[in-house]
Write a protein that binds this ligand. Sequence first.
Ligand code: ADP
Length: 460
Amino acid sequence: MVKMNWTAGTQCVAKGNNKKAKSGELVYHKGDILTIVDAKKGYYKARHNTTGEEGFINSTNVRERKALRVDPNLSLMPWFHGKISGSEAVCKLQPAENGLFLVRESIRHPGDYVLCVSVSGEVIHYRVIYQDNKLTIDNKQYFYNLIDMIEYYSRSKGSIATVLMKPKEKQGTKSAELELSKTGWLLDIAKLTLRENIGEGEFGAVYEGEYMGQRVAVKIIKCDVTAQAFLQETAVMTKLQHKNLVQLLGVILDKGLHIVTELMTKGNLVNFLRTRGRSVVNFLQLLRFALDVCEGMEYLESKKLVHRDLAARNVLVSEDSVAKVSDFGLTKVGSKETDKVKLPIKWTAPEALKKEKFSTKSDVWSYGVLLWEIFSYGRQPYPKMSLNEVKEKVEGGYRMEAPEECPPSIHSLMRLCWQQEPRRRPGFSKLREKLEQEMSKVSPGPTAECREVFSSASRC
Ligand code: ADP
């Protein structure tokens, strides 16, 4: 028997069903995600990620859920070969096999695509016309993107000669679908119920939903180029698990990319603070939020990840008022290239703005701005200043004053984060220690008490 080295916290995917569990055993179905809670010699106790139930499991009936490797060759469209000619496509579809297909960019009609399919020893080229933001082959069936189109013709032949049977993968690419499924991160669209729209992101709408009874948030990215870019970020998220990071639950490939995360019912931190204000949210809770974010960032730092877009709008609040860092949209391993145009000027450290030098220490700068947002109850930083003014003044040494009623000790923390020289800024563990000291000044009791104080206040 293979010896497993699973410890508490390891996530597993069920290989089969355990519907009629004996006493003490956990009930689960094939594909369910379970988290090991106790690993003693000879047996494993696990918690079902969606039902929350706990019980013993047979380790041979589950496999470990692995992180997805961040790999630029991972592709949502491995059958997409870019700009190649018709005859090149014919060569690639040899030896002939009914239903073998690829998609290429049209050379003669830029902006259009061509679906090439092998049928009875020949290759048929279907021109895919791009009009009014939609794609069509026959002016009857319209699709938002290529992924959608391929999905459709893989199920039904519609007006083409054959159902698409087998993708001809471009050399060097790896099917994201296959990898997601192998590692245990591919979820099943049939188990998802979508509910109301709860937010609009830059790249897609966010919906509330239910996945096997669990309330979830689903971000849907329809454009396949954007979805492809997000895939890398999603791969990063499969490596991360922390109470102060919004948890990825999995991915669904259907009409684009569905990114399924835990639902943060109290929305983003800026709106949370703005809509409640001082009368509802006390100082202790503000400190708690600051500490929550700091702990999430300390974890990211330990994984050598740089967030690059840390701001209160990218922090979400859970039902039990825990703040969690979200939106890893710009997260990159190390400090490589970035898109200068999209930088959030008021939150970005001077060296990152000028020389694109992103690091944990530039995240610390942003964290200082986030502290300012928290203690000002969600005000826009550098009030009434234009972006150019902010850039110039900050470069010249200007720093924001303390928000109204913010204790000097917290303002000093912000100033530490805003040291011009990145090296002189504290790391997140140092910041956490300092915040814990602040916390003990206000409340000597356990941190759970803070949430109690807050929740009773919010009920008033
Ligand atoms: P952007 O792309 O602008 O950074 P997102 O797409 O991440 O924004 O999210 C847009 C909005 O959707 C958020 O501000 C928040 O209000 C809501 N939202 C996003 N993710 C979740 C979630 N997991 N739970 C609850 N609300 C969410």
